[in-house]
Design a protein around this ligand. Sequence first.
Ligand SMILES: *[C@@H]1O[C@H](CO)[C@@H](O)[C@H](O)[C@H]1NC(C)=O
Ligand SMILES: *[C@@H]1O[C@H](CO)[C@@H](O)[C@H](O)[C@H]1NC(C)=O
Ligand SMILES: *[C@@H]1O[C@H](CO)[C@@H](O)[C@H](O)[C@H]1NC(C)=O
Ligand SMILES: *[C@@H]1O[C@H](CO)[C@@H](O)[C@H](O)[C@H]1NC(C)=O
Length: 349
Amino acid sequence: MSVYLPSLRQYHHQAIDSGYLGLVLSFNLCVCVYDMPYEDFMAQIQACPRECHCPNNFPNAVYCDNKGLKTIPQIPPYTWYLYLQNNQIEGVSADALRNATQLRWLNLSRNKITNEGLEEGVLGKLSHLVHLYMDDNLLTSIPSGLPSSLEQLRVSRNRISKIPAGVFSGLDRLNLLDLQGNKLMDDAVTEVSMKGLNNLVQINLAKNQLSSMPLGLPPTTTQLFLDGNNIEKIPAGYFKGLPKVAFLRLNRNKLGSDGIPKNVFNVSSILDLQLSHNQLTEVPLIPSGLEHLHLDHNKIKSKSAEALDGYINDSAPRLRYLRLDGNEIKPPIPRDIIVCFRLLTSIVI
Ligand SMILES: *[C@@H]1O[C@H](CO)[C@@H](O)[C@H](O)[C@H]1NC(C)=O
Ligand SMILES: *[C@@H]1O[C@H](CO)[C@@H](O)[C@H](O)[C@H]1NC(C)=O
Ligand SMILES: *[C@@H]1O[C@H](CO)[C@@H](O)[C@H](O)[C@H]1NC(C)=O
Ligand SMILES: *[C@@H]1O[C@H](CO)[C@@H](O)[C@H](O)[C@H]1NC(C)=O
């Protein structure tokens, strides 16, 4: 629990300030203190909606999850963490959140929220919101008017097929965008739609309907997840625009070796390259810093595996983990590979 609670401190590190209400909590092993001005504390506890649970010892959190709610009740003013997941909520009204201007975390996952159900401007008014979770809802498009304070946006498993132009503009702090399990096609992820994500680090576009590599990803991207699409090829020089990419997952696509230009993965930042469950017939040229390589369940033949041996030793001296199982490689030849790797700790053939 303490992971989510930046304002909880170890008791023995914190003297109770006489001007504040000091509440001593005891969790299993952690004795903590919570500080909040007394009047604020009272305002918060008294305004707790009947349907929700507002713990005295953690008054900034309001728990309304798993309550069968169809609408959001009036949320009290000093709420930082609001849990509304696992309900039947169809919309978010400005009225319900009118006083909740200090919200940091909002969990609306597993509800029935549509774009139409989001009252205009309602999210933009939450000027301190850092994490917004709306996984497993009925959104068809990225909601517009998101607050510029946002750092994480999770909207996996909705029905999103559209990313409106400019929807991310001003979201300079957004570092995580989870769009997995939606209905995005190639024309949805473009330079125009992705504009504004100047600090994005992780983007998850797995399990969509992409048939080519997404365009317009910012150069800050470090983790790019594209598993379970229909990608057939990677344009030459694609990763030149992504000089920080380190974790690249392209498992379960339709990549054949002719769809992979010779030098496309020769990017020194790549540490983890996953190409399982594709149609590769050859081992691609790999970058020298590579530590993990997943090539299992392709159509790589013994011959190229033999060639692998000296090649990987020289070109990927840092490789620690290699998967080659589920290919057309016949033992015993590849077993010899093992002795040739300097750092390899695990190999699956
Ligand atoms: C919201 O704020 C208004 C004005 O300060 C107040 O009258 C109302 O009781 C508050 N509602 C809640 C749920 O705190
Ligand atoms: C939000 O709710 C979902 C659905 O129950 C849950 O899986 C997730 O852990 C919650 N996240 C946070 C940060 O509370
Ligand atoms: C990979 O890239 C490095 C640095 O850009 C370059 O020196 C090297 O020749 C390339 N490897 C191959 C096999 O083209
Ligand atoms: C791989 O590197 C090790 C250690 O430098 C060396 O002993 C071995 O002969 C090399 N194997 C091949 C196939 O180049």
